[in-house]
Write a protein that binds this ligand. Structure first.
Ligand code: PEP
Ligand code: MN
Length: 263
């Protein structure tokens, strides 16, 4: 179902009125975790003014340590939705457990399956059984074929609204958080009709490397770019060190729009 043999025309996925695929550039931005209410409204205003069209933030966080901040749960979902919708942006947030799909669907316009859960087949089947758009991130040790087969789980349950995301894979060089596999973008477009976006924030882990990798993703044909933005990275509840400041996001956003216009 994911292959272009089955479906030669590229799919367009509608996320609360924002189209992903078919030449539209999705600009997804927001903090790693949903935080204080006033901060969510402020960041939403800033990224929306810069051109972002989908707001992000995690309310259920898949953390390495069980003692690290785990997210604000349902209260976080509400804050994300209210702040995003107040600024005209649909919202995407991660769902980490099949038992949470129902509550996340209540607030979110798009469900994110994180890299750590790419092959959580019970979760894939559950999101496949609803009609919400799904952002499926590539696992950090997954091949492109593994990613496409995970999309197949969702599609085979009847949910056709799947967008893929390249967010970096494990490399040997610890100078970057992950290894940004930009070749996954044209490869997915060769093999599949599904849209694919890039996440240079998790791929690099370094704010100074994000703009170049965002532009590389667009040049390679990505249908969108996902970037973490925080107005005070030092106090962020997660992934502060990789966050762009709102003004840095505004600069890369205008460059991304200019490049997308040329293609
Ligand atoms: C995230 O988007 O904040 C996240 C946890 O991403 P990933 O699953 O790609 O690590
Ligand atoms: Mn993050």
């Amino acid at each position: 179902l994911a292959s272009r043999e089955a479906h030669p025309d590229f799919s367009i996925v509608d996320v609360g009125g924002v189209k992903i695929g078919g030449g539209n550039l999705a600009m997804i931005a927001g903090p790693c975790s949903v935080e204080e209410e006033d901060r969510m409204y402020r960041i939403a205003e800033q990224v929306s003014a810069a051109g972002a069209n989908i707001f992000r933030g995690g309310a259920f966080k898949p953390r390495t340590s069980p003692y690290a901040f785990q997210g604000l749960g349902e209260e976080g979902l509400k804050r994300l939705r209210d702040a995003g919708h107040a600024h005209g942006m649909p919202v995407v947030t991660e769902v980490t457990d099949p038992r949470l799909v129902e509550v996340v669907c209540k607030y979110a316009d798009m469900l994110q399956i994180g890299a750590r859960n790419m092959q959580n087949f019970a979760l894939l089947n559950e999101v496949g059984a609803c009609n919400h758009p799904v952002l499926l991130k590539r696992g950090m040790s997954a091949t492109v074929n593994d990613l496409l087969m995970c999309a197949e789980y969702i599609l085979s349950q009847g949910n056709a609204n799947v967008v893929l995301c390249e967010r970096g894979i494990k490399g040997f060089d610890t100078a970057t958080r992950n290894l940004f596999d930009v070749s996954a973008v044209p490869l997915v477009h060769q093999l599949s009709h599904l849209p694919i976006i890039v996440d240079p924030s998790h791929a690099t882990g370094k704010p100074e490397l994000i703009p170049a990798c965002a532009m590389a993703g667009i040049a390679a044909g990505a249908d969108g770019v996902h970037i973490e933005v925080h107005d005070c990275p030092e106090v962020a509840k997660s992934d502060g060190p990789q966050a762009l400041l709102p003004e840095q996001y505004a600069e890369v956003a205008s460059q991304m729009k200019a490049l997308a216009e040329l293609l």
